[in-house]
Design a protein around this ligand. Structure first.
Ligand code: FES
Length: 141
């Protein structure tokens, strides 16, 4: 599929759009150029991303990119998801014109922010299976 087809498909039929009832990590990132926002929520178990959802107020590219990103991340170990690069996401999108890079990469910034706020049990977080508490993960929105 071409870049245009991928964007159109994911914009019209977004994957994993919505909210999780009890996310283990979440973050909102805003594009400083336009003020659009994307929120990413993660359900993490055994250091694997079991569930991911996104919501946003943004252009077609940013929301389609969020949808593509959720498919890239679902089921991946946290460490692998944290290692997803700009290039990997842009490649999954079929390439993005230079002027729209900040739109396309907005969801990835939100993902990295959410993962940065997630604390594993090894880092002193609560044991697996324990319900999320207010202090476990933070969200900026
Ligand atoms: Fe705002 Fe694309 S124009 S994220």
């Amino acid at each position: 599929m071409s870049y245009e087809e991928i964007i159109l498909d994911h914009w019209r039929h977004p994957r994993n759009k919505g909210r999780l009832p009890h996310p283990d990590a979440a973050a909102v990132e805003a594009n400083p150029l336009c003020g659009d926002v994307v929120r990413i929520e993660l359900g993490i178990k055994d250091q694997t991303i079991q569930d991911i959802r996104f919501e946003g107020e943004g252009c077609a590219i940013s929301l389609a990119s969020a949808s593509v990103l959720t498919e890239l991340v679902q089921g991946k170990p946290v460490a692998e998801a944290a290692g997803i690069t700009d290039e990997a996401l842009l490649s999954a999108l079929g390439g993005v014109v230079r002027t729209r890079l900040s739109c396309a990469l907005l969801p990835l910034r939100a993902l990295h922010k959410a993962l940065g706020q997630h604390r594993s049990p090894d880092d002193g977080g609560p044991p697996p299976g324990e319900p999320p508490s207010a202090g476990r993960c933070t969200s900026s929105g």
